[in-house]
Structure formats: structure tokens, C-alpha cells
Design a protein around this ligand. Structure first.
Ligand code: OOG
Ligand code: MG
Length: 262
């Protein structure tokens, strides 16, 4: 760790205020080029602590930047991990208020819900499938607090990986009879297809993203508890949305989920 506790607390407040007041900021590594990975996750953790102190509840975890399309779009090479709290949740078919956000984008995600805890190091795709209760389709709304979504990996980790809103829908399907790699993914905006993909776009197998999360937490002496909901990462590039838009995601064998933007 390169930053002191006071700087970590200040940066967490700075980024969380940008989220809560829906205004953008410059990437924090501009002023703190020395910050390291430990600092980045410490700032994210401090944002979580602030939210818990305010009464928010953690409802899930997320993996980000797990597909080549997302890595290329954002210019980074490594996945990142973040948290989801209850006030990020939007019902299937529900409305997201764009006035509460800076520059939202939507992503198609394969969502895991675990029946058993997962711990690393050494967690692999097989462990994840054995521990998975079911998978569902999910739309994630990301809203980087950084101007024009311009960031590096440490800055985006500190910003809780752009987490903002999400909706789950479709069917809860056990993984035993699914090949998650070949599941087709079709996302439409206002009735037009805007992105197409398959599960394998996420690290070759979406369960590999969950395994990576378990290994990341394992290195810190933590595990993924039983019952956890996990977004495995955008299958395709994220797509910008604005008030008036309607987004529908269909995933083969899992059904569909939709969101409206007002
Ligand atoms: C970072 C968050 C990425 C995903 O699924 O790849 C993410 C960003 O692109 O702003 O949630
Ligand atoms: Mg995502």
C-alpha cells in the first residue's frame, strides 16, 4: 500500500460523492500515480463501508472486464471485481432514472447464484459449476464516475468497477444440462439488435470469471459465501443508453430481462 488511510478515505468520499451526486471526476491516478492494487481495493472497500454505515445491504458481487470486447473497449487487460448493494437493484421491466446517473451504458451478463461457498486459491470452473444453484440473465447498468469512461485499472477498481444498477430476469436454470460457452446472447435497444455474443466470450467460460473472483478473494483470506449472486461480466461491449430507451436481453435457454430508461 502506498497511500495513507486519510488519503484512502478522502478518495472514497470523492468517488462516492460523484456517484451519489451524478457528476464526473478525473481518474484518481492522475493525482496519485503511486497508488497500487492494494490501495485501489482499499478505496473500494471504504466506499462499501460508507454504504453499509448508511444502511445499504450487499446483494451480490461482480466481475468486470472479463471479455475481450470489454477489455478492448476500455483499454485494460485484466478483470476487476466489485460489489452490488440493494439500492442498485431494479426490477425486471423496471425503470432506471437517468437523472441519477452520469452516462449510463448497458451490458448483457450471465448471472450465477451459488448454493455452496467457493474459496481459492485453486478454484476452477468445475468447482464453480458444482457450487452453482442456477444461472439467470442480467442487464448491468455501468456508470463510470470518470469523465468519458476514461480510466486505468486501478482507478476503475477504486470506483467499484463502475457499478450502478442491475436487473435480473428470465429463468433460474441449473447448470448441469447447459453448455454456458455456447449460450447465445442477444441484446436489443429500442427493438434493434445492438449486441450479439456467446458465453465463451467471458474468459472462455463464464464460470472461469467466478473462479477468478474466488481466487482473488482467497488471496485476501476471504471466500464467496453460499447464496451469493455474481455478475460474471459483460459478454459484449457496453452500449450507451439515454432517457426514452428500452433495452431487452435474451439469453438462450435462460429467457429474457428488460429495462426502461426515463
Ligand atoms: C468497468 C466495468 C466493467 C463488465 O462487465 O465488464 C463491467 C467499465 O467498463 O466501466 O462491469
Ligand atoms: Mg458488467
Amino acid at each position: 500500500m502506498k497511500l495513507d488511510q486519510q488519503t484512502i478515505a478522502q478518495l472514497a468520499e470523492h468517488l462516492e460523492n460523484a456517484e451519489l451526486q451524478a457528476h464526473d471526476v478525473l481518474k484518481i491516478t492522475d493525482d496519485h500515480p503511486e497508488m497500487d492494487w492494494g490501495d485501489a481495493y482499499a478505496i473500494q472497500n471504504e466506499i462499501l463501508r460508507r454504504k453499509l454505515a448508511r444502511g445499504n445491504k450487499v446483494v451480490g458481487l461482480k466481475c468486470g472486464l472479463t471479455s475481450r470486447a470489454k477489455m478492448q473497449q476500455m483499454g485494460v487487460e485484466t478483470p476487476c471485481f466489485g460489489f452490488l448493494v440493494d439500492n442498485f437493484t431494479v426490477d425486471d421491466g423496471g425503470t432506471v432514472k437517468t437523472a441519477e446517473l452520469i452516462h449510463p451504458k448497458v451490458e448483457p451478463e450471465i448471472v450465477f447464484v451459488l448454493k455452496k461457498a467457493l474459496s481459492g486459491p485453486g478454484c476452477h470452473v468445475g468447482n464453480v459449476l458444482a457450487a452453482t444453484d442456477f444461472v439467470m440473465p442480467g442487464i448491468e447498468v455501468i456508470d463510470s464516475r470518470y469523465r468519458d469512461f476514461k480510466f486505468d485499472l486501478k482507478s476503475v477498481i477504486a470506483d467499484n468497477c463502475s457499478s450502478s444498477r442491475y436487473a435480473l430476469g428470465g429463468m433460474a436454470v441449473p447448470v448441469a444440462d447447459l453448455d454456458l460457452r455456447t449460450l447465445g446472447v442477444v441484446m436489443e435497444k429500442n427493438g434493434q439488435v445492438v449486441s450479439i455474443g456467446a458465453g465463451a466470450a467471458v474468459l472462455g467460460h463464464p464460470a472461469a470469471a467466478v473462479a477468478m473472483l474466488a481466487n482473488h478473494l482467497g488471496a485476501r483470506g476471504e471466500e464467496i459465501p453460499a447464496g451469493t449472486m455474481i455478475l460474471s461480466g459483460g459478454v459484449t461491449e457496453a452500449v450507451s443508453v439515454a432517457a426514452g430507451d428500452h433495452v431487452n436481453l435474451r439469453i438462450q435457454s435462460l429467457g429474457s430481462v428488460s429495462l426502461r430508461f426515463a
